[in-house]
Structure formats: C-alpha cells, structure tokens
Write a protein that binds this ligand. Structure first.
Ligand SMILES: *Cc1c(COP(=O)(O)O)cnc(C)c1O
Length: 482
C-alpha cells in the first residue's frame, strides 16, 4: 500500500495488488437485514455469512491469499512424519525470526496451551501488557494468574501516544519487587495489543522489557499474532527504523525474546500456529507436548497445504507494501469518521477501526449492552458485520451481577487485502447516517444467556421496537436504495 498524493493534494491509499480471484457478495435490502438480525438473536456471531455484505467481524483466517500461496499449496508433501513441507516451513521461520527451533501447533491458542503447561505453576503470575482472551484462559487453567502492566495511555480511548500497547516499565519493576521473580511464570509482550484496539508496542519498549527480563532471569514470551501491523508502526513511528528492512525489525524482536509464538490465522495469511525458541531446555520441554495435544512434530495439527501457504505468506509479509495495507485503510476509515464527529479509538491502530459505543450510544446504560446494540444497528443500517467488545463480552459474576466492561467498543476488523476503498467509504457513509440517528438505537436484553463465553452463542432481543424505527428512517432517507 502506498499513500499517494493526488493532484488535489489529497493523500489517497493506493492498493499495491490486483484482484485476480473474487467472491461474489450481496447486499440484502434493509428489511431483510432487520429480520436476519432478529433471527440471529441480535448477536452478530450468529449471522449467516450469506446475509452479510462486508464481514468485518475478525481478521482471523480471512486475510486474502496470494497467487504464490495457492500455487505452493499444490506442492504440499503429505506424510505423517518427515514431510518436505515441514522442512520448507522450518527454514523460512528460522530465516525470518533467526531462532533455532520451530514447533508446529494448529492455531494460536494451541501454542498458548503448550507454553502455559510448560511455564505456569499454580499460584504464579504472568505479567503482560494486556491479556488476550485465550491466553488468559490457558494461564488460569494451569492455576496461574495474569497481571496487566500496560501504560495508562492504553486505556485512554482518545490519545496521541504512538505506542499505546507499551508496557509501563515502572509497573514492571514494581511488580517484580512485589511478587518476587520466583513466582513470576513469564513476561509476555503482545504485538498489536488486540483488546485495547490493535495498539502497537515500540521497539524501544521491547528492548527495555527484554533488558529487565535478562537481568532478573525472567522468560520473555512474545505473542506475534498481530505482528504485521506492529511492524508497520515501528517503521513509520520510530525514527530509528525508517530505513530498516521489515525482516530486520522482525529479527531484532525475536533476538530480544525467549519464545515467539503466533496464530497463522492472522500472521502469514493462512491457518495454523507456530512456537519458536532458541532455548534448548524450553524446546525439549515444549516438544513433548506437541504430539500429545497437536499431532506429530512435523505437522502439529496443521494441514500440509496450509503450512505451504504459511511459508509463502510469511515471506510475503516481510514487505512494506503488504504490512501497510491494513493500517492505512484503518487510518482512512477512522479519519473519515472523526471528521464527522464519530468517536473512535485514536490514534488509529492495527486490526480494525474501533468505535466508542459508550459515546455513540450515550443514552443506553451499560446493563443494556450499548456495544451489542450498536453492532446490531450497524448491521441493519449497512449489512456490515462488526464485533461487540464491551460488557456483553464479559462474564456475569456468580452472584448474577454484571461485570461492566472498562471500554464499550464495536470493532470493525479490516482483514488484509480483502476490501476495496469504495467499500471502506460505504462503511463510513452508513455509519455517518447511523450516527445522525443514533437516538433511535435502543438497548438489548438476554433471551438465552450461556454461562460461559455468552457473547458467542447468547441470544438477545431489543428493548422496545427500535429496529423497526431504524428501518423506517432508512427508507425515508435512502428511498429505494439498498
Ligand atoms: C487470535 C489471537 C490469538 C489466538 O489465536 P487463534 O489462532 O485464534 O487460536 C492469540 N493472541 C492474539 C493476540 C490473537 O489476536
């Protein structure tokens, strides 16, 4: 992606790829969108893909693949043990990350299972910039706890800090002193901090954290699932890296870490997972768990076709044209929304555009799920599917009392090289319309509430008949238009 200056002086994101394979999508009329939303229990996870126009639920496993990735899939070498495919992928990983050992796993959370089983003892604490849902689940399953030591700026929805994912070094030193290093299982840095809005971590911060870990004898685990966008931000926001190649930034991060792992559903535009280390002891311990939970050491639960695609996809990711596409589209979308006064997380980060549902739907109390209601309203208004990231995604306490989320967000993910700029402009346009009529949006209440991970399967209904009113207003303003 290049930010090219047009004759008008406007900077316009220009795609540095062409589309050679397409999937037809359709935009159902607003009445049909309202009834699909009702059928899905006002939960965007329960919508059927055929009813969705632009799927911005997630970037997981849905990034566009290149012609070379598809071509590589044809030469996949099927065998239980010793597949050529494994050795090709291993070579690519060793080259890109400069680490000695590669252990395969079927996806990111499977890597987390292996790492938690290896490093987490009951009663221990893992320090990290911020948790990810599956990471925390595996650590607590082993009897450990998670403590978040992200800088305070990370919690500010509107900020100008370029690296809101950075660990607060004072909090890190204080936590080591208070907890004691023998009770700390590891320190984890998550690239492109997912749950605070895809916000990046700086190399400066990774260096400082690594220095402290080495001094104290603590293991540093680096979650590289969202590394691609983070690489773009290091190169563009840290002056020192302006002329440094993407692959060399990647190698430096790996050299500062004891373990690097990632979900290849995100990094590398395929589906799978990988753990990397140069530590002989850690390698031996983690290796024992791969055949137990994943599969034999030369496939680890992955299809060999996906492994070939991953090898090519990772090489292709080491390219500024590739890593810049998502962040530049997100910035374009956020800037259009900000210009219309629509509240979004700033500065624009990676992963997606994060709308501040708290502000957007000020009139809806948190107990009536403003983020869930906004996600449903966005689908009705546009056919665009986003993800609720607020109170609905929290778990109700044993006492039946709601845990109110610290932030109420709706995430519109921007998968890599999937959408065009006119589609992004359409999203901004319909959101602008919805913002003008935000007072029409009402709250939601549960009809069926699962005890765990309720946001995946839970069914809700609107409080009042607001979806009907939204449809009526849409027809009034847009006439026959979809
Ligand atoms: C998605 C994700 C994971 C888990 O990966 P899966 O492949 O979905 O299991 C772990 N960490 C981060 C930061 C992620 O975004």
């Amino acid at each position: 992606m290049s930010n090219v200056t047009f004759l008008s002086g406007e900077k316009i994101p220009l795609e540095m790829h062409k589309v050679r394979m397409v999937q037809k999508i359709s935009l159902p009329p607003v009445e049909q969108r309202a009834s699909s939303m009702e059928e899905a229990g006002y939960n965007t996870f329960l919508l059927k893909n055929r009813d969705v126009f632009l799927d911005m639920l997630s970037d997981s496993g849905v990034n566009a693949m290149s012609e070379n990735q598809y071509a590589a899939m044809l030469q996949a070498d099927d065998s239980y043990a010793g597949s050529e495919t494994f050795y090709r992928l291993e070579k690519v990983l060793q080259d890109i990350f400069g680490m000695k050992y590669f252990l395969p796993a079927h996806q990111g959370r499977a890597c987390e299972n292996i790492i938690a089983k290896t490093l987490v003892a009951p009663g221990s604490v893992a320090l990290m910039n911020y948790h990810f849902t599956t990471t925390k689940a595996h650590i607590t399953l082993m009897g450990g706890a998670v403590e978040e030591i992200i800088g305070d700026e990370g919690f500010k929805i509107q900020s100008t800090a370029p690296f809101k994912g950075d660990i607060d070094i004072d909090k890190l030193n204080e936590a080591i002193k208070r907890i004691g290093k023998e009770k700390i299982s590891f320190v984890r840095v998550e690239a492109g901090t997912n749950l605070v809005g895809g916000q990046p971590v700086s190399m400066r911060n990774i260096r400082e954290v690594s220095h402290i870990c080495r001094k104290e004898g603590l293991k540093l685990v680096f979650d590289a699932s969202l590394l691609a966008d983070n690489l773009y931000f290091i190169k563009t926001r840290e002056a020192e890296f302006k002329d440094v190649e993407i692959i060399n930034i990647t190698r430096e991060i790996a050299s500062l870490s004891d373990i690097v792992y990632f979900s290849a559903r995100k990094l590398g535009a395929a589906r799978g997972g990988a753990i990397l280390t140069s530590d002989d002891g850690l390698h031996v311990k983690m290796r024992e768990l791969v055949p137990l939970f994943e599969g034999f050491l030369t496939y680890g639960g992955m299809s060999v076709r996906e492994m070939e695609a991953m090898a090519v996809g990772l090489r292709e990711t080491m390219d500024m044209d590739v890593v810049s596409q998502t962040p530049i589209f997100i910035e374009a979308l956020c800037n259009e929304l900000l210009a219309k006064g629509i509240p979004v997380v700033t500065p624009p980060g990676g992963l997606g555009c994060h709308i501040d549902a708290w502000k957007f739907c000020e009139h809806i109390p948190q107990t009536e799920y403003p983020s869930g209601a906004l996600a449903a309203a966005i689908y009705i208004a546009s056919g665009v599917r986003g993800m609720e990231r607020g109170t609905l995604s929290e778990q109700r306490g044993e006492d039946g009392i709601e845990h109110l989320a610290e932030m109420e967000l709706v995430r519109l993910a921007v998968p890599k090289r999937v959408f065009t700029l006119s589609q992004i402009k359409y999203v901004a346009d319909r959101l602008t319309w919805l913002f003008a009529h935000r007072h029409l949006i009402g709250g939601l209440e549960f009809v069926e509430e699962p005890k765990v991970l309720r946001f995946f399967f839970g069914r809700l209904k609107p409080i009042g008949n607001w979806p009907e009113q939204l449809v009526r207003q849409f027809r009034k303003d847009f006439g026959e238009s979809l």
